[in-house]
Write a protein that binds this ligand. Sequence first.
Ligand SMILES: Cc1cc2nc3c(=O)[nH]c(=O)nc-3n(C[C@H](O)[C@H](O)[C@H](O)COP(=O)(O)OP(=O)(O)OC[C@H]3O[C@@H](n4cnc5c(N)ncnc54)[C@H](O)[C@@H]3O)c2cc1C
Length: 355
Amino acid sequence: MTVTVEAGTPLKRLNVALAREGLSLANMGDIMEQTVSGATSTGTHGTGRDSASIAAQIRGLELVTADGSVLTCSARENPEVFAAARIGLGALGIVTAITFAVQPLFLLTAREEPMPLPRVLDRFDELWAENEHFEFYWFPHTDGTITKRNNRGAGPERPVPPLRGWFEDEFLSNGVFQAANWAGRAVPATVPAIARISSRALSARSYTDIPYKVFTSPRRVRFVEMEYAVPREAAVEAVRELKAMIDRSRLRISFPVEVRTAPADDITLSTASGRDTAYIAVHMFRGTPYRSYFTAAERVFTAYEGRPHWGKVHTRTAEHLAEVYPRFGEFTALRDRLDPDRRFQNDHLRRVLGP
Ligand SMILES: Cc1cc2nc3c(=O)[nH]c(=O)nc-3n(C[C@H](O)[C@H](O)[C@H](O)COP(=O)(O)OP(=O)(O)OC[C@H]3O[C@@H](n4cnc5c(N)ncnc54)[C@H](O)[C@@H]3O)c2cc1C
């Protein structure tokens, strides 16, 4: 039950091809536009109680290293490279092929339901424990959230009806949301009122479909994002603190905060490496000043030993990252061995991994 794909394969093509063969990945993120190598190299994840990031579903990979040799890596072959190269940040070599664990195609029943934030936070552990995939979106300046619970079931398939899908997923979640963000960007004072309307716009719904149609959705409204991984047991406190920070500030935030989870994994620089994790993501509409919000949010997250998503905005340097990743030195030692002349070095890697 594995499939091997070329590293540049878009996730969308992989998901569709797998479904045609009656197969699926166990878990995935919010979109499927990324390539398999881009998604895994940066630790792209969805939400899961038992199933982890896309990289954690890798069973083998092929890596072209700085001296031109081709390394085949798995838990048995070059295991020390396999441990790190699943989330390699492009620093260890060029991934050319990836072998994923797959499962027989299954059905997921999604239950989306508005819920007041205090109730979500009070019940967070319970909601996490009772569901295979729990997440919520909180709308700043309000107490409104949309919760999402995805669980496997026997079916039957009950997809969102096309007209309702278009109205909710395209018209409301993208079209109207885009217009609301334009209005908020033009007149920031309207943002809290818009947030109140946005938080009430989506009503409860339930549907059953194949995994990629439930996990992923169209994201057409452009945004900048910062996401931090904190220990799962710190999630509720961190969200409360983020809310208190926003309430105290003059910030106007028109985009929801997304909260997800992942079980601990064994990948050297995974944001969930060695610890059960909750992800808290803050977003700003593209073109809106975001630095003061992200700086204040980052202060909250780093106080909880936060680890930034490798593919999203953050300001951390190797010094901080070495503190929050117990296996950081293992990764840099491997990099020294595989790329002693720094053929793969760039400004970003210099900042996050060091010279
Ligand atoms: C709308 C939107 C929604 C998103 N949702 C989520 C989400 O739900 N969860 C989540 O965790 N993230 C999410 N992301 C982040 C996204 O998954 C990452 O930014 C991902 O890296 C993008 O993939 P890409 O194929 O475009 O990557 P690229 O930009 O092509 O690659 C990213 C990095 O991966 C490395 N890389 C790529 N290919 C190779 C290779 N062949 N060999 C070695 N290294 C390589 C390089 O370091 C490169 O800089 C989202 C992003 C957007 C824009």
